[in-house]
Design a protein around this ligand. Structure first.
Ligand code: 13P
Length: 336
């Protein structure tokens, strides 16, 4: 019998494991490859992802699921093995990014709306056949002195809820990602403001999820942590970040939601691990709390690999290290 959506959701957030977000769009992966001077060709993208998914110990012990981009879910490793099969063979679940990106929102200067709902049911059915057990849709909410507007928050929350309902009807667990950005054009806001905005955004998102009849027991929330804006100059310790982040969840995340998996959003690798560990030191929370990191899991691996076959094992070792550290952080047991 195939596993229920609740089973899959719970598997994604088992202790010591988290999600590898390897779903960089063509534009984003080019930016990442630019940092090592590597051209973003289909072959290089394949080789990079094969390096990560072939990191057997990291994948098996610490990666519950991998979010893929459309190209990657259809790609094969050099020896012809589908990349999806490499992920499954490591005991991990394949997932897929299904939003079509955030574009400027008409009438709302400085804000974006995430597109991709039209025809989504059919695309999800195909992804399910290709092996995807879960999906991701990201909304991006910017903070400035006057943003976000309620119009932008509502439109993005509604799209997230329609996406989540469609996923569940196609036997796919939705990861619901309303990212309140820590960076951007005017990221000078302090942590109090991130706290208030994140709480409001999550409140609206859950209102819409309920209105669109999404089963809250069969989804994962992928939020930001409550942190100061990147250009605020404010320095805040991990314990305060943890307390504020958990306070926001108590105020706006229903306890039936099985799991919360954070994005890293531009935090440094160690910072993302330290903050996750501080959050998991707070005991007795109703949700399993883990990572769904892109940059914070991959940056060191990308650098060590450097686009060279000879460095594949060095890349895997760097990935394993971050995966192990974040695995400890799911238990609240990471320390410097
Ligand atoms: P970061 O951890 O790099 O923010 O990426 C996670 C992600 O999936 C963003 O949509």
């Amino acid at each position: 019998m195939s596993e229920s959506l609740q089973d899959i959701a719970r598997r994604l957030v088992v202790p010591q494991k988290g999600i590898l977000a390897a779903d960089e769009s063509s534009g984003t992966i080019k930016k990442r490859f630019d940092t090592i001077g590597l051209p973003s060709t289909e072959e290089n993208r394949r080789n990079y992802r094969e390096m990560l998914f072939g990191a057997t110990k990291a994948m098996h012990d610490h990666i519950s699921g991998v979010i893929l981009f459309d190209e990657t879910i259809r790609q094969n490793a050099k020896d012809g093995t589908p990349l999806v099969k490499m992920i499954e063979d490591a005991g991990s679940l394949p997932g897929i990014k299904v939003d079509m990106g955030a574009i400027p929102m008409v009438g709302f200067p400085g804000e974006t709306i995430t597109e991709g709902l039209d025809g989504l049911g059919k695309r999800l059915a195909e992804y399910r056949r290709l092996g995807a057990r879960f999906a991701k849709w990201r909304a991006a909410i910017a903070i400035s002195k006057v943003l976000p507007t309620s119009g932008c928050v509502y439109a993005n929350a509604h799209a997230l809820a329609r996406y989540a309902a469609l996923c569940q009807s196609e036997d796919i667990v939705p990861i619901v990602e309303p990212e309140v950005l820590m960076d951007g054009k005017e990221a000078t806001h302090d942590i109090e403001r991130c706290h208030a905005v994140t709480e409001e955004v999550l409140r609206v998102v859950f209102e819409e999820l309920v209105r669109m009849r999404v089963d809250l027991t069969a989804m994962i929330l992928k939020p930001n942590m409550v942190v100061p804006g990147k250009d605020s100059g404010q320095v805040v310790g991990a314990d305060e970040i943890a307390e504020r982040t958990v306070a926001v969840f108590h105020a706006s995340v229903p306890t039936v939601v099985p799991g919360i998996a954070f994005l890293s959003g531009g935090q440094g690798d160690e910072e993302a691990t330290a903050n996750l560990s501080a959050i998991n030191r707070i005991k007795g929370l109703p949700w399993k709390i883990t990572f769904s990191y892109g940059r914070a899991l991959q940056a060191a691996a990308l650098k060590a690999w450097d686009g060279k076959d000879a460095n594949v094992e060095a890349g895997r070792a760097a990935f394993l290290h971050r995966a192990e550290m974040n695995g400890l952080a799911t238990l609240g047991e990471w320390s410097e």
